[in-house]
Design a protein around this ligand. Structure first.
Ligand SMILES: C[S@@+](CC[C@H](N)C(=O)[O-])C[C@H]1O[C@@H](n2cnc3c(N)ncnc32)[C@H](O)[C@@H]1O
Length: 395
């Protein structure tokens, strides 16, 4: 709600601003409607009327999905852990075969497959026979999705008491240990993290990077650049994909020293070390290497609160000349706050992880404006659910 002060009038206390005399027609209508929705006699009447019965059923289902969603996620986890997507991708199997392959009692496997059919992870192909479902099919060639499902076990434990999680200021969560640079270590100690601290998250990032790289590289013509600096470039998987798309472009990767070591191994394995220079350091403490005509920040800024995001952008600006470009690719907060992925999933995820922020395009534009960049350009991506792509030029 916009306060009177923001509209240019005098600030009113919240309670006064909400009193009936001051509310708009829309708000009064919403209040009236909500009182009806809350009323038990209204609910019973709506359930019986042929005009509203369908709506009641649809809302009840949505509410039940919300209430039972955590069970659905655990069905998905069991399905993935038992590699059922891979088994069923080879062709339909009987219940007995699935039970033998997974060493699972047949009655339990029946239960799991009934749940999987309901959630469209599997399809029924005759009595006690199952094929792969439409929602499990994309898992087969995208191991990154399975890696995400598996690591949700960590987030799941942190969300056991969501109110406590929301109340804690300095959070000692499992997610903060999983992402050690995003919690207490963020500024001072990140540079001294060791391989054992960074290996698990770097593996997850590497596994999920192909999906992100597809989005970024189909939205932005990276081949126009001669030298690209990937800041927070992880184990180098974005560079591997970009180097394939842009065979004449060279690259620099900057990440924490321990992650840089992982990148060196990965890029050597891909035989592209001759096109990539690797720099280990912390973007909060060390200058970024100069010379690139494009700096990419792929899934980097949203890990950090505004003051740290500003520090990163300042470091990026110092590495660029006027007219050169920064490219930002990460999930975005929708302005109408209606999209569950952004508003519910990433907000709670970043809370458990540390102090990250999902930002609207206007918030990116504001941060860029404060750090010496011009207006934000949006590069539409084919499937903007996970990652949106923006760029801005240094001024
Ligand atoms: C969410 S991961 C994204 C990795 C990669 N860009 C991708 O999309 O797969 C964020 C990356 O930022 C790096 N990072 C975090 N803090 C850093 C710091 N202070 N200096 C340099 N890199 C840092 C992490 O090591 C990690 O590789």
């Amino acid at each position: 709600m916009v306060s009177r002060a923001e509209e240019g009038g005098t600030a009113l206390p919240l309670t006064e601003a909400r009193s009936p005399a001051n509310t708009s027609w829309r708000e009064r209508w919403l209040e009236w409607r909500n009182r009806r929705y809350i009323s038990k006699p209204f609910q019973l009447a709506a359930q019986e009327s042929i005009f509203t019965r369908w709506l009641v059923r649809r809302r009840s289902k949505a509410l039940f999905d919300l209430l039972g969603g955590f069970v659905y996620s655990q069905v998905l986890l069991a399905f993935v852990r038992l590699h059922l997507h891979q088994t069923l991708a080879e062709g339909p199997r009987s219940l007995e075969e699935l039970s033998t392959l997974t060493h699972m009692p047949i009655a339990s496997m029946r239960r799991l497959m009934q749940a999987a059919v309901a959630l469209r992870l599997a399809e029924s192909r005759g009595p006690e026979r199952f094929g792969i479902g439409v929602l499990a099919a994309p898992l087969v060639e995208n191991p990154g999705i399975c890696a995400m499902v598996e690591h949700h076990a960590v987030l799941y434990r942190d969300l056991t008491d969501p109110v406590a999680l929301l109340r804690q200021d300095e959070r000692d969560t499992e997610m903060a240990r999983y992402w050690p640079y995003a919690g207490r270590h963020a500024t001072t100690e990140a540079g001294s993290l060791e391989t054992a601290d960074v290996a698990t998250y770097s593996e997850l990032m590497a596994a999920s990077q192909p999906l992100v790289a597809e989005q970024v590289l189909s939205s932005y013509p990276i081949e126009r650049h001669a030298l690209v600096l990937d800041v927070g470039g992880g184990a180098g998987n974005f560079i591997v994909a970009a180097a394939r798309k842009a065979p004449r472009t060279n690259f620099m990767l900057f990440d924490l020293p321990a992650v840089g070591q992982l990148a060196r191994a990965r890029l050597a394995e891909q035989l592209i070390l001759d096109r990539v220079q690797i720099f280990g350091g912390s973007f909060f403490a060390d200058p970024l290497p100069k010379g690139a005509d494009l700096v990419t920040l792929v899934r980097v800024l949203f890990d950090h609160p505004d003051e740290r995001a500003l520090a990163i952008l300042k470091a990026v600006r110092a590495a660029l000349k006027p007219g050169q470009t920064v490219l930002i690719a990460e999930p975005v907060q929708k302005t109408d706050a209606s999209e569950a992925v952004g508003s519910a999933y990433f907000n709670m995820y970043l809370l458990a992880m540390g102090h990250g922020e999902l930002r609207t395009p206007a918030q990116f534009a504001h941060l860029l404006g404060q750090t010496g960049f011009g207006p934000l350009t949006r590069h539409p991506s084919p499937s903007p659910l996970q990652t949106e792509v923006f760029s801005a030029k240094a001024i």
